[in-house]
Design a protein around this ligand. Sequence first.
Ligand code: PLP
Length: 388
Amino acid sequence: MSDRPLLNRRLEGFGSTIFAEMSALAVKTGAINLGQGFPDTDGPESVREAAVKALRDGRGNQYPPGPGIPELRTAVTEHQQRFYGLTFDPDTEVLVTAGATEAIAASMLALLEPGDEVIAFEPFYDSYAASIAMAGATRVPLTLRAPDFRPDLEALREAITPRTRLLLLNSPHNPTGMVLTREELTAVAALAVEHDLLVVTDEVYEHVVFEGEHIPLISLPGMRDRTVSISSSGKTFSFTGWKVGWVTASAPLVAAVRTAKQYLTYVSAGPFQYAVAEALRLPDAYFTGFREDLHTKRDLLADGLAEAGFDVFRPQGTYFITTDITALGEKDGVPFCLGLPERCGVVAVPTAVFYDHPDAGRSHVRFAFCKREDVLREAASRLRRPGY
Ligand SMILES: Cc1ncc(COP(=O)(O)O)c(C=O)c1O
């Protein structure tokens, strides 16, 4: 074997994801896993039954159509109409993907040339950096800073160069819980129009907003033809393992993303697509109840963490709480989180790993609250016990 590294140099430095590492630690120590963002209760029974029925009826057991089954593409357009008053053509302006993750990767591979710059807010969801790298592009991070993690729009303006091709936005934002306001989105849209930029928006937490509201950037003037809007069923319906996501965008953008997507997975999860089509048609009460349930859980865990001595940045959306551990006499979230399962029986994630400038989040630790209330209570009580 030659000395040449086996891993392509674009992926140099991308080891296993922090979630895999921390979840493995949770299994090893039997700790409560508030690290990775997956619910510990499955989504609606009727949706699960719809998947079983599709499997039994032989719907989706063979390759579904490349862009996704028509039923799901139509249900996505109905959802966009119902919640945002947006109209899309199910045949040309919707693409079903293997979760939001594939939609993000396919968007980067389709829309970027080597050397292009992509501006994204850091801390960022970990697949962003890898997807930008796989496309051979360069990421340009804009740091969101505690305590409120609002974007610095002047810094955004300054970060735009002639090489900037795309903004990669995430709102509601993981891990900070920040939700972009209409004023902020309007400013972002104005910059995108002024500099002729594409924008890819990751909206997987669109239904998990406690303060403010979720406004799709694509609904703003000038954005309809330059935005790739991405969402997923995983978070909204608590079936993260199904990996059914989607893109809504103009026909030319969908055609571009589909070209990359078809050579990644071609298609995915046939029977689950039928079930998600039904899920998207659930009555408003489902979406309201889901949000209210998480709101209660947010407050439960936030109060528990505050009582345990953490500085809590109460999120406006998503199912994550970012905290600061300085008040506990700790400085660095990485050793803190590595030791937490042994010391307290709880797993959390150091948010420094989501930054290019980790100092901005060195003392920050993220907890997921998409768990049963008794689990959150037990976790809070373990964290209240001194031990760190
Ligand atoms: C911001 C963000 N985007 C995308 C994803 C992944 O979505 P999916 O499971 O649909 O690929 C996650 C999951 O945690 C996320 O937090």
